[in-house]
Design a protein around this ligand. Sequence first.
Ligand code: GDP
Length: 177
Amino acid sequence: VYKLDENYDYLFKLVVIGDSGVGKTSLLSRFTKNEFSFNSRSTIGVEFSTRTIRVQNKIIKAQIWDTAGQERYRAVTHAYYRGAVGAMLVYDIKNYESFVNLERWLKELRQHSDPDIVIMLIGNKADLRHLRCISIEEGSGFAEKEKTFFMETSALEDSNVEAAFIEVLSQIYNVVS
Ligand code: GDP
């Protein structure tokens, strides 16, 4: 947690993790640019995006890191997690394997991060109701067991994306203030 210049009060680093294809890049571009693309293969080389928002009268700059495809090779590095105060742990509600793999992501996250890190479990692609194979109850049950926050989102329909990031940033602010 840094406090650097007059443009913002706090800079918080967030990481987005989860299996390839669950919509990590899409959530990030929805939140930082309000954009969505059906063929988002844009992240190669991009390390992070930022957005500055006001939370409880403080100006918070969120620096949000994307894996840039590293997760495909299970090569998400220590540097990726370093200094993160929040994490978005993402699965796809129609992809059972992405839900099963949450255990592995959480283990890796906990090995590399501060015990106070704020974690938001995200069931993305909530617009694909007809293809759903993970129920809301299963998602929230996992979150409860692992003591994380939980929301279902759709980067496509722009539902709950802003709410999920703002919830994490507010919770971090509550921890540091
Ligand atoms: P990443 O590999 O986790 O970064 O996933 P991407 O952001 O590249 O998304 C993978 C694919 O899922 C892309 O074709 C996206 O357009 C699509 N996608 C991402 N979010 C959503 C969503 O909320 N709903 C639907 N229907 N498709 C999505």
